[in-house]
Each structure stands twice: as structure tokens, then as C-alpha cells.
Design a protein around this ligand. Sequence first.
Ligand SMILES: [Zn+2]
Length: 242
Amino acid sequence: MADRASGPASLRLVPLVPLAAVPVVSAVMGLLALAATTAPSTTAPPAARAVDRPVALVATAGIDPFVAAGWRRAADLERAELTSRASRATPARVAPPPPATAAARPAAPRVVLPLAGGYRLTARFAESGGRWHGNRHTGQDFAARWGTPVRAVAAGVVRSSGYRGSYGLRVEIRHADGAITTYSHLGSSGVRAGERVAAGERIGRVGTSGNTTGAHLHLEVLLGPDRFTDPLQWLRAHGARP
Ligand SMILES: [Zn+2]
């Protein structure tokens, strides 16, 4: 300790004193110049050098050697602590991400049928006929008694709920995977735009609103704008059994 307190420890720190500070400490300019020319190159890590700075200022300002030695000792201890902290922190920075990502991945959405039962599958997806826009059926029809509860097939957020021409009273739900399901010709709707719904939650009742020949639910599944897909295939692919 004694040799470090008197010599190289303070000298090698001097080059770190900002140049702007030199004219202010005019009394020690000679000392600084001497020290700068004789200072050996330092191999201390950046964190340790930052700690050394106040020590160099005190030592070169000619403060009582005993006080300066105390500063140096404190700096040594702090440097040791920083170095040990850095070596402890390094493995954490390069460690691979925890395997919890697999557990955190959202589970496949639970999908249920839009009607609990008491329905009959009627007009199929892509069926052609003059009844539909573009002469192709964009969804799957579930004929059921007027007032049968209609359920959200999966959890999502209500995109819209209102009258849409030949679709009648229609509810649209956006799901987490980006798919959109629509429920048309409803007799009533129990949800509003922006509302969050769970899989199986009642969103309305079967009706005859819009262009229909009888009470039924017209269900559509869209995988993107105008990307209609077969609702029966989509339901089956997600584990539901229409
Ligand atoms: Zn239909």
C-alpha cells in the first residue's frame, strides 16, 4: 500500500484531469506537466479510471499526504468493488434468454360454434346463386329458430355492430390472430364496437334482418380484407365440430 500511495498510483492518473482545469489550478501546473511526461500508460478498465479522477486532483493539489492516501485507499476499495460488480454482471448480459418464452407464448385461441345447438347447416360457403353479391356466398348459413343465442366463436374485440344493408343487423369481431368473424341477419345485438368478448359469449340472437328467406345466422370468417374463407373448414381446423 505504501508504495502505491506515494508514487505511480497518482502519477498515472494525471492525464485524466480535464485540460480546462489546468489553468485554474495554476499553482500545480508545473507538477502536472512533470507528471504528464512521466506517466506510464494505464491498463485500468474505464470504470476504474473514472473512480481515480478525484484522487489525482487531490494528490497533485498538494493536500496533506495522509488525506490523499485516504482518498486513494477509498478509491482502491471502490475500484475493486466496481471491478467485481462488472465481472459478476458480465455473464448476465451474455446469458441466453430464459426458456420461459415457450410458456409465455399465447395458447391457440379457444374456438366454439356460433350456435350451441338446434341449427341446420344450409347455404354453404362459395355456393353460387343470384341471392348473393357477386353470385357467390361469402359465408356459412346456420338456420335456427328466431331468437336462438348467437355466440362469439373466439375471444376478440367487437369491430362493429349495426345495420349493413342486405346483411341486416351485423356484428363483426376481430380476433388476436387478425382473423375477423361476422354474424349477420341478427334479430338483436347485445354488444357495441370496442367491447371485448370471450369465446362463447353471447353477442346477439338469430333473426331475419336484411336480405333473408328465413331466420338464420350468416357466419363469415375473413383472414384479411376481402379474404373470405370457408367458415366450416376454419371452425374444424380450430377444433370445433359444426
Ligand atoms: Zn348466408
